[in-house]
Design a protein around this ligand. Structure first.
Ligand SMILES: [Zn+2]
Length: 934
């Protein structure tokens, strides 16, 4: 019998944790888990965060792998049909109409996905304010599980929608997978089961073929229901028992086979190119057996998954360190251990890198070399300690916030438990257990496991990249030779270089808080600092240990002249590329191991700022990072040249990528030749100057005294005060009244039309329609425009997708800008059949004009209003929402919170009609249509 690595791994650690192994994990006592007589599994959990909301899921342990050859694509087709009529929701729109009437929005709250081995349907954030709503949502799950109508005429209508979904998804990536699967899964059913399926089947299958799939595979013994939220568990359990009593236990059910993936002695090599591919990717898989279900649900299962995370995180860190050097053959890379590509029956130790063009063999050599280095020398103790600290910190944060966990986190865990046999002991148990055994996990134990993973059989190498004249990829033999070459190399042990320096080596002279005010409208404290900076604090209990930070100031790229605009647009990446203080970005990661604090900077056209988050323990670290972002952006030529190589490679390849070409044309149509508003091309990237980019960064962040900072969450003013004085008030003031410059960002007026042809592999037409104008910049208009966008989402699903079968979806975007004040935009984008574009496009403006003349339809309007109220009730319990609200209030001087609900409630159909008319009647309409070149 062949020993799988798992058992060897266990031998390695058994001596260390013997007393605790082989024991089954308990099921979290807060979950009601059960099985009905007919085989249906359920997980129910009460969770009142947020209040009066619940998520309802049904997972099917079947997907495209259960299809026969004449059913290719029908698992996914069936998923679409679940929304088109069922026993208790007859009629095509009944179910979605009901759900949307209670504020449960299609797309955002109602959705589903189909993959190879599972199909999962979800209803999220259902407002469970009445028993009837709970009953109806259970009825939806019930109907999905056994009573989807599958009417002839609705099947025929959906064929068109799925064809359009296929068209929309048919980019380079899809074509690459389509060719790659048969190679890397040779001899397995996985080779030929892409869930989107085959269009000749989707277009022509007899109705009965779909019904056959449904009745064979959608049955209670393969179905799991997950309900988490502010519900009564006993009542919901009783309802499930009653409601599913009409679905009998299947008699002689078809066997649900998990199709195997064969082992391979010799490496399998797959090199796939596509003229529209943009990036070159090299992946090294080393397949191994999956962890058996029974093992996953034991303590050793937890230990194994902990060790696998540590091992792959450490390899990722080593690769990242290499990619920061200028001469690296690849620019980004990571490692993980998990499912082999898409298969449930084989796992793989996987290393992936984005290669620079023409460096495929060198990249592969790097990946093999780093694996070989681990095999020969293992990881160091210092690496292991750091990786453990990072992972334990994540557990601790989850544990600390365990009473304020969102429904979705639990639901995902239970769905994985159902479809992937994972244990669900609950965070209390898991954190306690992990804390106890972590000290026993040392480099020796991990190295013993990893050496088994890095085997010399079951190897798969995949290379994907652009197909270009003059670009040559290595042959299979050449790639295989790389193994021999690396094996013969004199590989040395990994040399660890970690700095013991403190983040901020020389503490600045602290400043002070010169004024304290309270604002009762939003419940905040406002400090004015000695350098002019303002700090706003709002203490909340939405999480038990979370502090969010944001900061804003005027300036942005507007203060940089036109000639330097591309350098200015790159300035925001200075800290992420080069690091801060004396730390490169990889060094920074090392010194922050075991800490929960992060800061990111952002630069837009008119403002700059920061976002950050930390727990209470690491608040000081977040402020130290912020201090360094202001005072010490670091230069790193190697990291910069490496990222630029990648960007230039991509820009070169993007010239034949249709969506990029469309984007260039859209931007031109909107902004003409305005030099500040162009898409960056290769020739622009060639002219970038790193020194100038760093200078611009410093210039933009030169006025700390003009910033307004916000802190939201479990923030204690007494603890924050000395930290703010030390790290923020100590910063130089600069120009406290720094403003932005008025630069041209106007959108072209009148009618602009651009219809052009582009070469592409899969013919599709992409259309972009836009109305623009000026509206009063005020909250009422913002709300009305947002409502109009959401109404159009509903209208276009009904008209363009369902009535015309013309597209998979119309994307609608809208905004009213602060600067320039009141610039208002409504954009619609969609893909469609080139043969049908002439009849589909007019629907877009027809529907907008209808609203401008008559207002929206009652039901559409009420659905959107219901959703906006529901969303607000959810948002106002989130720290993330408040960080945004404080930013608007104390930096821009707009209170977008206090009147929001009243404004939404007072919104009328007439308001929408008037706003639409006002926008459309300004006569600014841009149309860009990209057709395939014949
Ligand atoms: Zn779909």
């Amino acid at each position: 019998m062949r020993k799988s690595f798992i058992f060897i791994a266990l031998l390695a650690i058994a001596g260390l944790v013997k007393a605790q192994t082989m024991e089954k994990l308990p099921i979290d006592p807060q979950v009601r888990y059960g099985k009905l007589e007919n085989g249906l599994t359920y997980y129910i959990r009460h969770n009142a965060y947020p209040e009066k909301r619940a998520n309802f899921y049904i997972a099917q342990k079947v997907g495209s792998m259960q299809e026969e050859d004449n059913q290719a694509g029908l698992a996914h087709f069936l998923e679409h049909m679940a929304f088109n009529g069922s026993k208790n929701f007859p009629g095509k729109k009944t179910m979605l109409n009901y759900l949307e009437s209670i504020g449960v929005k299609f797309g955002a709250n109602v959705n589903a996905y189909t993959s190879f081995d599972e199909t999962v349907y979800n209803l999220d954030d259902v407002p469970v304010v009445r028993d009837a709503i709970i009953d109806s949502c259970l009825m939806v799950l019930h109907d999905w599980s056994g009573f989807i109508a599958l009417k002839d005429e609705q099947i025929d209508e959906e064929r068109l929608v799925i064809k359009e979904e296929w068209r929309t998804r048919s980019g380079a990536q899809y074509r690459i997978w389509d060719k790659q699967l048969p190679v890397i899964f040779e001899g397995s059913k996985y080779a030929d089961r892409m869930p989107i399926g085959k269009m000749e089947i989707v277009e022509n299958f007899p109705y009965q073929t779909l019904r056959d799939y449904y009745h064979t595979w959608y049955r209670p013994d393969l179905q799991g229901i997950v309900i988490v939220g502010d519900i009564n568990v006993d009542e919901v359990e009783a309802k499930i028992k009653a409601m599913w009593s009409d679905i009998p236990k299947p008699v002689n059910p078809a066997e649900r086979v998990y199709f195997p993936v064969p082992d391979n002695d010799k490496p399998i090599v797959s090199v796939i190119t596509d003229p529209e591919a943009v990036r070159t990717q090299v992946t090294l898989y080393i397949k191994h057996d999956v962890i058996p279900a029974e093992t996953k649900q034991t303590k050793e299962g937890l230990i194994i998954s902990f060790i696998k995370s540590l091992a792959s995180n450490m390899l990722s860190d080593r690769l990242e360190e290499i990619s920061q050097k200028g001469d690296a053959p690849f620019a980004a890379s990571y490692a993980y251990d998990g499912e082999f590509f898409v298969s449930k029956t084989k796992d793989a130790w996987t290393t992936i890198a984005l290669s620079k063009e023409g460096k495929v063999d060198e990249t592969l050599a790097s990946l093999i070399r780093e694996n070989e280095r681990i095999k020969r020398f293992g990881y160091t103790d210092a690496e292991v300690e750091r990786a453990k600290a990072t992972l334990l910190e994540q557990y601790e944060n989850m544990y600390n916030n365990r009473n304020k966990e969102l429904n979705n986190r639990y639901v995902q865990e239970y769905v994985r438990s159902f479809t992937g046999d994972e244990g669900i002991p609950g965070i209390e148990y898991e954190y306690d257990f992990v804390k106890k055994f972590a000290p026993f996990i040392n480099a020796q134990a991990i190295n013993a496991v990893v050496k088994q993973l890095i085997a010399d059989k079951n190897i798969i190498i995949t290379v994907t990249g652009p197909e270009k004249e003059g670009l040559v990829y290595p042959t299979t033999d050449e790639l295989l030779n790389v193994f021999k070459k690396v094996e013969a190399e004199n590989i040395t042990a990994y040399q660890e270089a970690v700095s013991n320096e403190p983040l901020v080596s020389q503490l600045p002279k602290p400043g002070s808080i010169v004024k304290t005010e309270a604002d009762n409208t939003l419940g905040t404290t406002i400090w004015t600092l000695s350098n002019g900076m303002k700090v706003v604090i709002k203490k909340t209990d939405f999480k038990d240990d979370e502090i969010l930070m944001s900061a804003h100031a005027y300036g942005g790229t507007s203060i940089i002249p036109d000639a330097d605009i591309y350098n200015a647009n790159m300035a925001s990446m200075v800290p992420s590329v080069g690091g801060i203080g004396n730390f490169s970005s990889t060094d920074l990661k090392k010194v922050l191991a075991g800490k929960s604090a992060n800061v990111n900077n952002n630069i837009s056209a008119y403002t700059q700022g920061f976002n950050g988050s930390s727990n209470m323990k690491d608040l000081e670290t977040m402020l130290q990072l912020t201090y360094l972002y202001f005072t010490a952006p670091r230069k790193d030529e190697g990291a910069y040249s490496n990222i630029m190589d990648l960007i230039k490679n991509q820009l070169k390849n993007l010239t034949s990528e249709p969506s990029f070409i469309l984007n260039i044309n859209k931007t031109k149509a909107m902004y003409g030749d305005n030099p500040r508003m162009q898409v960056m091309l290769l020739e622009d990237a060639e002219k970038l100057n790193y020194d100038r980019i760093i200078e611009i960064y410093k210039e933009i962040y030169a006025n700390p005294g003009s910033f307004v900072f916000n802190f939201v969450g479990t923030v204690d003013e007494a603890i924050l005060k000395p930290l703010v004085e030390q790290y923020l008030a100590s910063l130089p003031s600069g120009n406290k009244d720094a403003k932005y410059k008025n630069v041209d960002s106007n959108i072209r007026k009148g009618h602009v039309e651009n219809v052009f042809e582009q070469e592409m592999k899969t013919p599709k037409t992409s259309a972009f329609e836009m109305y623009s104008g000026t509206l009063n910049y005020e909250q009422k208009n913002q709300i009305a425009l947002s409502a109009l966008k959401q109404i159009l989402d509903i209208v276009y699903v009904r008209t363009v997708r369902e009535e015309a079968g013309g597209t998979y979806g119309v994307g609608v975007r809208s905004w009213i800008s602060r600067i320039p004040a009141g610039q208002s935009v409504l954009q619609m984008s969609f893909d469609t059949d080139p043969e049908r574009v002439a009849s589909i496009t007019p629907i877009i403006s027809r529907e907008i004009n209808k609203i401008a003349e008559n207002g929206p339809e009652d039901t559409d309007f009420l659905k959107v209003k219901e959703y906006m109220v529901k969303k607000f009730q959810e948002d106002e319990k989130q720290n993330g929402y408040w960080v945004g609200i404080l930013g608007s209030k104390y930096f821009y001087g707009e209170d977008n919170h206090s009147n929001y609900l009243a404004l939404v409630n007072s919104l009328s159909k007439n308001d929408i009609k008037a706003l639409t008319k006002q926008l459309v009647s300004q006569g600014n309409h841009i149309e860009v249509i990209m057709n395939p070149k014949k």
